[in-house]
Design a binder for this molecule. Sequence first.
Ligand code: FUB
Length: 324
Amino acid sequence: MKAQNTPIVTNLFTADPSAHVYLDKIYIYPSHDIPHNGEDNDNGDEYQMEDYHIFSMDENSDEVTDHGMVLHQDDVEWVSNQMWAPDCVFKNGIYHLVFPARDKDGNFRLGIAEGKSPEGPFTPRKECIEGSFSIDPCSFIDDDEKVYFYFGGLWGGQLEKYRTGSFDPNGTEPPKNEHAVWPKVALMKDDMTGFAEEPRDLVILDENGKELLAGDEDRRYFEDPWMYKRGDKYYFTYSTGTTHYIVYAVSDSPYGPFTYQGRILEPVLGWTTHHSIVDYHGKTYLFYHDCELSNGINHRRNVKYCELNFNADGTIQTITPEYK
Ligand code: FUB
């Protein structure tokens, strides 16, 4: 396996890779982009994904195995369309494929499908997770086996419409000098049947302990949460959306507050940027996507990966994508 900044899947358009190590292989849970000629807009209507494929790779080969389609929107009772960025968590002997999609009212919710193997098949639950909303679920299992879900995304992902605590169809981002819209974190019940608590705000502070402002677009949260633990430190990593960076903030608790640290990935080709971080055989890898295969068409993306390196003080070395 050779870390490469080239598309690792070329037979399909793939995006939003969530990578995990199961059974000594890296399994990748991405979105499956569908080519069409519709226009891009701020509502994300160009991302018309209908199903999920799962991929795996191991130490001994550069080959990526496509395990085929494991879930389609037509098989999930509560879903209408737009199956966006998924993740997976292994808990109680079950692989839980976690995914966002629009419900029959057109609002994003989070759902779970269960399988006995990391590559599926997955059986969807009849209902979405009660009390769930918005997009980009990231599931994190801590050393004590507690599972936390991190989620939320602005604009198409509707997160700003929940600022008041309930859904406001006219909800907007706050003024630039107010604190940013926070992503959400919720502990899951031990049996994974739902949230064990009301989703909480995940607060991100600057170097002076002040809350990041909505107008601080180089640093504030937009979408794409990931949680990575290194020693006792929790690294909350995310996309700044409009400024196209993958950045990170650190805390001593999975709930935060987190303190902003810096950039992980400079902008890639394409509007969105979405990632995950995984340790495998002594190295740490960053999985991400760009639009190299389609030469920059925003909804025809491809997954890539590269090695991620830390400095002795725990800070992350920024990666700058290179294009010929
Ligand atoms: O794939 C659709 C959306 O684009 C994801 O939910 C965002 O994170 C962005 O990658």
